[in-house]
Ligand binder design. Structure first.
Ligand SMILES: [Zn+2]
Length: 69
């Protein structure tokens, strides 16, 4: 199973967050990303948030360089 990641640098955010998370399964990644979104970005945990986060999942590992927004 390919590793998945989500990179906060690709998200529009006022805080210029540079955190990237990676995991072997969607479930682990989703849980970590939701916790991050709630704790750092003050989102509410909801099915809509989880759907939105899943759209940003990518295969592989986070790039070293900051991606273009
Ligand atoms: Zn973030």
């Amino acid at each position: 199973m390919p590793r998945k990641f989500i990179d906060c640098r690709e998200m529009p955010s006022e805080s210029n967050c540079s955190v990237a998370l990676s995991a072997d399964t969607d479930q682990e990644l989703l849980d970590a990303a939701v916790q991050h979104a709630v704790a750092v970005h003050t989102h509410q945990d909801s099915p809509e948030l989880r759907q939105e986060i899943k759209k940003h999942f990518k295969e592989g590992t986070p790039p070293v360089e900051r991606p273009r927004a």
